[in-house]
Design a protein around this ligand. Sequence first.
Ligand code: NAP
Ligand code: MG
Length: 458
Amino acid sequence: MASSASETHTVLNPATGGAVAEVPSTGAEETDRVIERAQDAFPAWRDLAPGERAGLLRRFAAVVDAHIEELAELEVRNAGHTWSNARWEAGNVRDVVNYYSAAPERLFGRQIPVAGGIDVTFHEPLGVVAVIVPWNFPMPIAGWGFAPALAAGNCVVLKPAEMTPLTAIRIGELALEAGVPPGVLNVVPGKGSVVGARFVSHPLVRKVCFTGSTEVGKQIMAGCAEQVKRVTLELGGKSANVVFADADLGKAAAAAPYAVFDNAGQDCCARSRILVERSAYDQFLELLEPAVTSLRVLDPVDESSEMGPLISASQKASVLGFLDDAEVAITGSAPGGAGFWVPPTVVAVDSPDERVWREEVFGPVVAVMPFDGEADAVTLANDTEYGLSGSVYTRDLGRALRVSRGIQAGNISVNSHASVRYWTPFGGYKQSGLGRELGPDAPNAFTEEKNVYIAQEA
Ligand code: NAP
Ligand code: MG
């Protein structure tokens, strides 16, 4: 971690509201120095033999693997994540680094037929790449940015969210421990308005990889336009979980809470709108009730906790604001006392104009509405400015395909809610984002494609 800043930020445990750590807030000038150090480290990293860069990334993954428990414990305390989620998240960093450690020797260009010579293409790294990370999934989202960027030969400056910097800072130390050269992966804790804004405006940063709110994402895109800086955006969502009457309703109802209340609903992929075919609506709600009320909402220090607190007091206030005029159908449990707790809540909605149906809540609140037939389901699912993910529950394969193709979203799952695997592409339609992360092509998004023509006769 690089900082000589005197300003600090107190990191809280959201389950208790108590202080966990004091972290430096990097200033603008120090941010510039980190960017310059990353630029200095770039030529040697770029020019490393592909197999050597691959080997260093594999060692990095192995060192992360040896620290899964430590990283998970930091996330339980700093972000209020459950132990099982936090272990999965740390393991995801290891897996993503491992997966992209196979990329350096496979950044293939092409040979394209031409007359009088040969034509070849190269994938060349951009230089310094910035990764700006939100507080909801501090570890995975950092890894999805830095791992393919490093594999493609770039150096990275990474800003964790101000509220959740601890795992990123530790991962930066682990990279050094693994032998990744200094200056290649730089973690810069601090404010979005200072560090993040400098990433956008500094001319040495050649790409910004941003995950967070649509509002800030638009500002980042506009800022990047100034220097025609490359940008990837992963933004908000209001994803639909479409349940047809022919589905296994028991399975669909049992799974629905986990699709929206995981991480206390602070998930851009949360299926926060449940659409149920009218003939199955009442039965579905009956089945949903025990699935919601039995969810174990506990301080995540308890290993059996299935849902923890929200990240902050202001996030809690914002989420509760959605319940003011809502018709609450089901309420689960939550601990009382200190900490930023909201119980899992199901809201019955009559009209797609209701605020809770339209806006991203980013908390444990799901809205349910009936629909009539396949066309109505697709129209309602698409009646949003977002398009990140979605689920379809049906036993009819033809319908599953038609509805999956009809929903304008980047990631659809059928009879499942799994939308993120590191080896498949991930990203949003419409205002949910721009570009794709993960999957086999991610390293190419951190390169320029260069075309070289060589005449046969000198
Ligand atoms: P945010 O403001 O968009 O923050 C995301 C990241 O961007 C943080 O690291 C933040 O730094 C940084 N940032 C903020 N302003 C910036 C700027 N002007 N220039 C560069 N970087 C900047 O999101 P949030 O305030 O944490 O959450 C607000 C809402 O966004 C949530 O309620 C939710 O609806 C949505 N959200 C979506 C996702 C997602 O995965 N798609 C994730 C998180 C939040 P600081 O930490 O210093 O603010
Ligand atoms: Mg913000």
